[in-house]
Write a protein that binds this ligand. Structure first.
Ligand code: PLP
Length: 263
């Protein structure tokens, strides 16, 4: 038997005890997209399909040693960041990723859960913009996050284009605004590279069971980039995958059920 190898992709994010979002969604999405997934945990949330009831941030020392352990051993082809929780964690992650010079860095600027809980302290938004965005290949805000980052109220694609330009100005190479909540055109995503816009029209699937969609999309994108797809194709592949995970999402728990990674 010849030993196999797979591209190795790291998620740096928070744990969701309910298994639908955060680290748990990332590992499943990456695995389903054909890469070996590794995890550096930043915070532990007590969470289910209804609510986030508690959050505990890990000390930066153990976050740093997890990062060292991964980078000391693996060949990391892409990194995805999710819930970073605090300014101190953003600073540490940015400092260590700058040293590693990761080519495919996907920054999902997670701020608030669908159940309304803050996953990033308000004062950490500035650090995210200043320290992490300049290192990112792509930043992947949903509409709410894009509004928060750009200061623009987004109701349609024209607004999303203006917001993408502002977010691009923070120094990332690409901005992907996820349009699941885009009022005028639900399910349409917008990619901006600083010069051109790519519009991804998609099917809007009307289901309450969308817990973890943002994590799932960004992780699938990181996996597709690690496997060598160009950005425009990687976004399309991740979007197609996300659509199917939502189409087959799970009515489990008593609230917003999770996407189904292995449909
Ligand atoms: N919990 C964690 C740890 C997350 O990282 C995220 C999103 O990134 C969420 C919860 C939110 O998931 P959703 O808004 O899909 O419910």
């Amino acid at each position: 038997m010849t030993a196999r190898t797979l591209k190795q992709v790291l998620t740096i994010a928070g744990s969701d005890s309910g298994g639908g979002a955060g680290i748990q969604a990332d590992l499943k999405s990456m695995s389903a997209n054909g890469v070996f997934a590794m995890s550096v945990i930043t915070a532990v949330t007590a969470q289910n399909t209804e609510d986030v009831t508690d959050v505990f941030e890990l000390p930066t020392s153990i976050i740093g040693s997890q990062l060292d352990a991964v980078f000391d051993d693996f060949e990391v082809s892409a990194v995805k960041t999710g819930m970073l929780s605090s300014t101190a964690i953003v600073e540490l992650v940015a400092k260590m990723l700058a040293v590693q010079k990761v080519a495919n860095l996907v920054v999902d600027p997670v701020m608030v859960s669908k159940s309304g809980r803050a996953l990033l302290k308000p004062d950490a938004i500035d650090a995210l913009k200043k320290l992490l965005f300049p290192l990112a290949l792509v930043v992947t805000p949903n509409i709410h996050e894009a509004q928060q980052l750009s200061g623009i109220a987004i109701g349609n694609l024209a607004d999303a284009r203006r917001a993408a330009k502002i977010i691009h100005g923070f120094g990332c190479q690409y901005v992907l605004i996820k349009g699941g909540h885009l009022l005028a055109e639900r399910g349409t995503d917008l990619l901006y590279d600083g010069r051109f816009f790519n519009i991804y029209k998609g099917e809007f699937i009307d289901t309450p069971h969308t817990h973890g969609t943002g994590c799932t999309f960004a992780s699938a994108l990181a996996a597709q980039l690690a496997r060598g797809k160009a950005m425009t194709d990687a976004v399309q592949a991740a979007k197609t995958y996300l659509t199917e995970t939502i189409r087959h999402s799970l009515a489990i728990g008593h609230g917003t059920g999770p996407t189904n990674h292995f449909y």
